[in-house]
Structure formats: C-alpha cells, structure tokens
Design a protein around this ligand. Structure first.
Ligand code: APR
Length: 308
C-alpha cells in the first residue's frame, strides 16, 4: 500500500487500533514498542489475519524507529498505567518523559507526518507532543472527543431504543471529569435530545458519559478501555487518509478560539489530508461557556505541572 501509519505502543489501545487499520485496509501499519518481541508477535499475528479479512495491508512489529520512516500518520499510545502508590502527578511526569522521547524519534523519522496523541492525560500529553515536535498545530490532533461522543451516542441509543446510526453527540472540553457534553447539539435523526428526554434522564446520560472511562476501569479491575478508544482513533486516521473533511471533536491547540489561549482542549474540527483543516466555532450559552472555561482550567493545571 502507498500509505503508512505507525502506532507507537503495542498495548491494548495500540494493538486494537493497528488491527482495525489493517482490517479496513487503510494503510500499511508499523507497530512499535519498547518491549522486545511483543510488537513483532502482535504484528505478525495481525498480518496472518489479513488474508481472511481480505486486506493487503502489511503489518510489521518493531523496536526500531527506522522502520517508521516516512509515515503519513503516527498514533501515540505509549505510556504507563497508574501503579499503586503512584500519584496522579507522578504518572503525569512519567508519561510526559515517555511522550517526549517518543516524539523526538517520530519527528526524526517522519518529519511531515500528522501525529495523533492518545496517551492520557490526553490534552496535556498532546501539548507535550506539540511543543517537542515543533509541528504546526494542524499536524498534532489529540483523540478524546470522538471517544467521549461515541460513548454518549451509545447511551442515547440504549435509552431511546434507536439505531446508533441515528445518533449524534457533541462533547467539548478537556478529556476528563470536566468534559462538557452539549445536549442541545446532540441529536437523534436531527432532533435535539432535549426534545426527546426529560432533564433528569439527560443529566444521567451526561454524567455517565463524563465517567465513561472510570466505569470501564472499575469493571475490568486492571487496565482501561481499549475497544472504543481504538475505534475512535481509527475514525480520525480514516478521515485524514481519505481527506474526508469530517467534523469531529478533537483536542487541538487553541489560539483564541472559544476564548482559550495556548492550550489543547477538545473542540469540533474539520479533519482532512492536512490534519486540522478548520476549527469550528459554535455559539455557546453562558453556562456552556463557563463549563468549557472550567474544563480548560483543569487542563492548564496539568500543563503547568509538566511545564510545556
Ligand atoms: N516507547 C514505546 N512504547 C512504550 C514506551 C516507550 N517509551 N513506554 C511504554 N510503552 C508501551 C508499553 O510497553 C505498552 O506496551 O506502551 C504500551 C501501553 O500499553 P498498555 O499498558 O496496554 O496501555 P493501553 O491500555 O494501550 O493505554 C495506552 O492510551 O487510552 C490511553 O489511558 C490510556 O494512556 C493510556 C494509553
């Protein structure tokens, strides 16, 4: 194939995304990890599934960044999970070091790529990638809102017993407890959910969306969600590779949009071959604007800790 996507981190999210890119025959896939053998084994296993899936994508697992050279897109899922005794800030600083070193290598071998950071805390890690890469803001676009919106769509469909295909959900803000789902822009077959459900039901779905990641962590016992994060990442990869100009909520470096300056926060953007082709600004009520400012302040706190 003539397109190349590298996925850094061959853990749950990375492997799930890589497999889906290969299944959909979107590009050749390089899966890279520091663990020896794991990316090679998973990559070969995926390659061996391709004849059944009818995909001519080539998948290669590696520990060597030279294999990633000339990638069109690089997805970064490398990171550590929080261990007992580790504070949130310890984890933040550890993942920051990982993302720094990964980004340096990515830029060295694929200076023209578009980077999709996925590692959490997402918005702060995206800011590290942006600063270290020196890329224009169009080429660093974080995955968070697509996942949060997909969760909200699933909950809306379950509640109203309608097809997920009829649902559309709108989530702004940082990826975390302070995210801002917007019910009046969330629809079923074009009808705002505010016309279809009472406030108590909407509040319940909004709260479940904001706690979506934690709900899965609690159920799994160890580790965090990966099927929906993998799918969300691949929707972004596909929009870029196919130059779809698709409007998706993504974490981008805002420079005055929504009144936010020099910070990665989730907003609707148009994704195409050049990465972020446009930032879409919509009118917010005072209450919604206050919520997004609060969410941005939570991202700023993390960014201040890692000093980027
Ligand atoms: N370079 C490359 N890979 C690395 C590095 C590094 N410097 N450091 C760690 N890794 C790899 C690990 O070896 C592991 O295989 O990153 C992988 C992470 O995989 P998991 O622990 O399975 O984590 P996962 O569930 O995939 O989540 C990854 O995505 O959604 C976010 O919150 C999630 O930040 C987390 C990230």
């Amino acid at each position: 194939m003539n397109r190349k996507v590298t996925v850094i981190g061959s853990g749950n999210v990375g492997a799930t995304a890589a497999r889906s890119i290969a299944d959909k025959e979107l590009a050749d896939v390089i899966l890279l990890d520091i663990l020896e053998g794991v990316p090679q084994g998973k990559g070969l296993d995926m390659l061996e599934a391709c004849p059944i899936e009818g995909s001519d994508s080539r998948v290669l697992g590696t520990n060597d960044y030279a294999d990633t050279a000339g990638s069109d897109i690089v997805v970064i899922t490398a990171g550590l999970a929080r261990k007992p005794g580790m504070s949130r800030d310890d984890l933040l600083l550890k993942n920051c070091d990982i993302i720094r070193s990964v980004t340096e290598q990515v830029v060295r071998y694929s200076p023209h790529c578009i980077i999709i950071p996925v590692t959490n805390p997402l918005d702060a890690m995206a800011q590290v990638v942006y600063r270290v890469s020196g890329f224009p803001r169009e080429r660093v676009v974080g995955m968070a809102g697509v996942l949060d919106s997909s969760r909200m769509r699933a909950f809306i469909a379950m509640e109203l017993k309608v097809s997920v295909e009829n649902t559309h959900a709108f989530v702004l803000g940082g990826h975390g407890d302070t995210m801002v789902p917007l019910p009046r822009y969330s629809t079923v077959a074009g009808i705002p959910i505010t016309e279809l459900m009472d406030k108590a039901t909407i509040d319940r779905l909004v709260a479940r969306t904001a706690n979506g990641g934690a709900e899965i962590v609690k159920l799994l016992g160890t580790g965090s969600a990966y099927y929906a994060p993998g799918s969300a990442t691949v929707e972004m990869v596909e929009a870029i590779l196919k130059d779809k100009k698709k409007i998706l909520p993504c974490s981008v470096f805002l420079q005055g949009e929504y009144g936010i300056h020099d910070l990665f926060v989730g907003v609707p953007v148009e994704l195409g071959a050049r990465g972020v082709e446009q930032i879409v600004e919509i009118k917010l009520t005072d209450e919604e604007a206050a919520a997004i400012r609060k969410s941005a302040a939570a991202v700023k706190e993390l960014v201040d800790v890692v000093k980027v």
